[in-house]
Write a protein that binds this ligand. Structure first.
Ligand code: C2O
Ligand code: CU
Length: 517
């Protein structure tokens, strides 16, 4: 490593490695050899790699302005980035959007990101969905002050998929993401290249976010005080890729649409307004084994879904709307548009929807170390505490005894969302949906059970759950028990699990779990 590249963070990391990580190289998994070494134990330094990374990026969080609505520009916070070393296509800017540039990386690539905080408050970046060492995961304890730089070094270990990045300072994730700090992180690999999927201009990201503007075109956040915190922020306007009234011009051919629900708390029930079904090809953790058909798709905050959409039977000039269908999700009683698709030109493409998209090495619940008694997490409103997990709220570096897991173990986790008063999900204000996210890995959703109390609300969304495939965030409805199967691989240390309703998270509906060797 050249001297000029050694920053304070690298220095600390090197100290940590010097402190005893090297002797672990005997148990380095094959795919890590030569590029990274695993950590030694709780909170040890992350694995650097030796020599220059294949991709080196400078990323900063800044305040700026964007033209979003007609008239006055809107003050936003944004990520700006630049490729310092490596292929220029490692970053792709979404034009006219406050969203951060899309990271475009290949599985196996070594990456260094120099993140500089140019805000007037602390921040840190989390790579949502990626399997990275604890030091690279953007835990709030690693938040940096204004003017500081944090250097991330990691190898892209995940399979091809649509991941994303956003801030994670404790108590401020909601507002920072809301004002515009978020971006996609796409990974490609050999397996994905195999099925003939639409690519290039026909492979499009669509980040869905709700926002609230004042009469001066400025973003409003937290105006309802306690109500916003309890419910989560809900806007009155949907933006797609940072733009209002989004229209997508398409040709008469198949497309791959990658949807991220980048909203703070809004849950969408997505469908086409003419009743056409949706063909889902991927989830949070990449391609499904085979495409599945859905009348609608339920997309909770932080979740991704990818669609194969074929416009080849549609005449030029036709318009189609992607809408939010009415459901029992908060503030979702009516249909409203998400975006309009306009068929603009003839174009033929000879690609067909593949029968097989990928192969999953799915795990078997029978192999879980705790298959007989899953680790349970009760999600509830705590008296005077706001939302809690097993009666607790966030503590920066603490873990309870029941939050320690063993490296290499396969476990069943069961999230139990309390049913509330029985007057529907708003009844008594005590039960809400919670999209539960676990850092550092992708899991399988293996079972759902709904109580009779929660049933009617659940029925309005449950056909849209895509539980197949790999996930990092799962929606747990009031009265529901959801089991997931997860494995703690490669890295030890302190990771997070939390509700991805960002207001719930900021209030403390978040805990650490500790992976021990
Ligand atoms: Cu996308 Cu801990 O978050
Ligand atoms: Cu929640």
């Amino acid at each position: 490593m050249a001297l000029k590249q050694i920053t304070r963070h690298d220095f600390l990391r090197l100290m940590g490695i010097g402190g005893g990580a090297l002797f672990l190289s005997a148990c380095v998994p094959d795919y890590l050899k030569g590029s990274a070494i695993p950590t030694t134990g709780a909170q040890a330094a992350g694995p650097g790699f030796f020599g220059a990374p294949e991709v080196e990026i400078a990323l900063k969080a800044v305040k700026g302005e964007m033209q979003i609505l007609p008239g006055k520009a809107t003050k936003v916070w944004r990520y700006l980035a630049e490729v310092l070393n490596g292929p220029a296509e490692s970053l792709k800017v979404i034009p006219d959007s406050y969203l951060g540039p899309i990271f475009n990386l290949k599985k196996g690539q070594t990456v260094r990101v120099h993140f500089t905080n140019e805000l007037r408050e602390e921040s840190i970046v989390h790579w949502h969905g990626l399997h990275v060492p604890v030091e690279e995961d953007g835990h709030p304890r690693l938040a940096i002050k204004p003017g500081e730089t944090y250097v991330y070094d990691f190898t892209v270990l995940d399979r091809a998929g649509t991941y994303w990045y956003h801030p994670h300072p404790h108590g401020r994730t909601g507002p920072q993401a809301y004002y515009g700090l978020a971006g996609l992180f796409m990974v490609t690999d050999e397996e994905e290249i195999a099925p003939d999927l639409p690519s290039g201009d026909y492979d499009l990201p669509l980040v869905i976010q709700d926002r609230l503007f004042d009469g001066d075109n400025q973003l409003v956040y937290g105006g309802r005080g306690m109500m916003d915190q309890m419910m989560g922020f809900l806007g009155n306007r949907v933006l797609v890729n940072g733009l209002p009234d989004f229209t997508l011009p398409v040709a008469t051919r198949p497309y791959r649409l990658r949807l991220l629900n980048g909203s703070n708390s809004r849950i969408y029930k997505l469908g086409w307004d003419d009743g056409t079904s949706l063909t889902v090809i991927a989830t949070d953790g990449g391609l499904l084994e085979k495409p599945i058909q859905k009348d609608y798709v339920t997309l909770a905050p932080a979740q991704r879904v990818e669609l194969w959409v074929d416009f080849s039977e549609r005449p030029v000039g036709e318009q189609l709307r992607l809408v939010n269908l009415p459901s029992a999700a908060p503030d979702s009683g009516v249909l409203f548009p998400i975006m309009t698709v306009r068929v603009e030109r003839e174009e033929s493409a000879s690609i067909q929807l593949p029968d097989r998209l990928s192969t999953h090495n799915l795990r078997d619940e029978a192999d879980a170390v705790n298959r007989r008694s899953p680790r349970e997490f009760s999600l509830a409103m705590g008296m005077g505490m706001g939302w809690t997990i097993n009666g607790r709220t966030f503590e920066m570096t603490a873990t309870a005894r029941d939050e320690v897991v063993k490296l290499g173990d396969l476990e069943v986790w069961q999230f139990n969302n309390q049913a509330g008063s029985g007057r529907g999900m708003m009844g008594g204000g005590m039960a809400l949906p919670h999209p539960m996210h676990v850092h550092g890995l992708q899991y399988q959703v293996i079972e759902r059970k709904i109580s009779s109390v929660g049933r009617s609300a659940w029925d309005t969304l449950s056909d849209g759950f895509v539980d197949e495939g790999w996930h990092d965030t799962v929606l747990v409805m009031p009265g529901e028990q959801v089991k997931v199967l997860l494995k703690f691989e490669d890295f030890t240390g302190l990771y997070l699990y939390h509700c991805h309703n960002l207001e719930h998270e900021d209030m403390g509906m978040m805990r650490n779990y500790l992976v021990k060797a």
